[in-house]
Design a protein around this ligand. Structure first.
Ligand code: PHE
Length: 331
């Protein structure tokens, strides 16, 4: 048998590159096997024949071992490569670019005020039914207030909620008083111009406690304090108004933050800006959720309206067109 340690080297090889070096060392121009073949000419006749046969067997063995090891190392290296080069698209490789949207910044500021006063954060479904969006809120089928809501209806009678007030109903249905919630979220109305978009955001507040515990004075105090917190140095005025789900009801104005109440284009020369609606929860609303001997107040405000005033944006649509020149100003 011809002496050769190529087979041993193949067995020990750790990489396809090492394997290729072994192949060249054996079969290259000056390779050990090539040299052995070269030495055959020293022999004659039977000896030569015998040696050549042995050498050919060795050659075949080495070639086979090389091929097998190559396949093994190749698949091993591929597996390793796949692990190393795995691309996790959910990882951030660079710091996140962008910033909170002004509407969200405003929403967070509103919610922060109320949660600091122990209001619980709540949310409700965007697709509502007639009962929660209207009927339980004392807006019966032919109530004229429905006209003001420009509702998006689905074919089966479901609808996109037109305000966050249905969260009042859902909360009262699922919990016992006392209640103290703040519920921000998107609402939808079929409307589009400089001051209306089909989707906008409201924040709803509801406080319910036992009979006679909650009065208009509580509502007035908290909203006055809240508006001072949001706008600094404004006067606040409550104007009597109407909502089907509150009685008495009020709309709340702040002195115009642009002209300090002197009258300008933004406040239509009245010196006042309307910012929210509120009132004492109507008895019929409590009836709809089977609440007895309770009292409460509720309020609702439009986030975009607040954001426009806080950031001096005069076209509501600017919040939703996502023009980078606008958004970058809030980074
Ligand atoms: N839901 C009313 C609206 O969308 C706002 C409101 C909420 C008024 C709660 C009073 C009490 O205009």
């Amino acid at each position: 048998m011809v002496e050769n340690n190529t087979l041993k080297a193949i067995e020990l090889a750790q990489s396809t590159q090492e394997l290729e070096e072994i192949r060249v060392k054996a079969f290259g121009k000056k390779g050990s096997i090539t040299e052995l073949f070269g030495m055959l000419k020293q022999f004659d006749g039977e000896t030569k024949k015998h040696k050549a046969k042995e050498l050919n067997i060795l050659k075949a063995q080495i070639e086979q071992a090389l091929a097998a090891k190559k396949e093994f190392l190749h698949s091993q290296e591929l597996a390793q490569k796949l692990v190393q080069e795995k691309l996790d698209l959910s990882l951030f490789s660079a710091p996140l670019r962008g910033a909170s949207h002004p509407v969200m910044l405003t929403m967070e500021r509103v919610v922060a005020y109320f949660t600091a006063l122990n209001f619980t954060f709540c949310s409700g479904p965007l697709v509502e039914d007639d009962f929660h969006n209207f009927q339980a809120l004392n807006i019966s089928e032919h109530h004229p207030a429905r006209d003001m809501h420009d509702t998006f209806y689905f074919r089966d009678g479901a609808l996109l909620r037109t305000h966050t007030s249905p969260v009042q109903i859902r909360t009262m249905e699922s919990t016992k008083p006392p209640i103290r919630i703040i519920a921000p979220g998107a609402v939808f109305r079929c409307d589009y111009d400089i001051t209306h978009t089909p989707m906008f955001h409201q924040v709803e507040g509801l406080v319910v406690d036992s009979e006679d515990k909650i009065s208009f004075a509580h509502l007035k105090y908290i909203l006055q304090d809240f508006l001072q917190y949001m706008f600094k140095d404004v006067r606040v005025r409550f104007r009597s108004s109407f909502f089907p789900f509150t009685e008495p009801s009020a709309e709340v104005d702040i002195s115009c933050i642009f002209c300090k109440g002197d009258g300008c284009r933004i406040c239509s020369h009245t010196g006042w800006l309307e910012v929210l609606g509120c009132g004492i929860v109507d008895e019929n609303v409590f009836k709809a959720v089977c609440y007895e001997n309770v009292s409460g107040y509720a309020f609702g405000l439009g986030i975009e309206r607040f954001a426009m005033l806080l950031y001096g944006v005069n076209d509501l649509r600017a919040f939703f067109e996502n023009d980078l020149r606008v958004l970058e100003q809030f980074a």
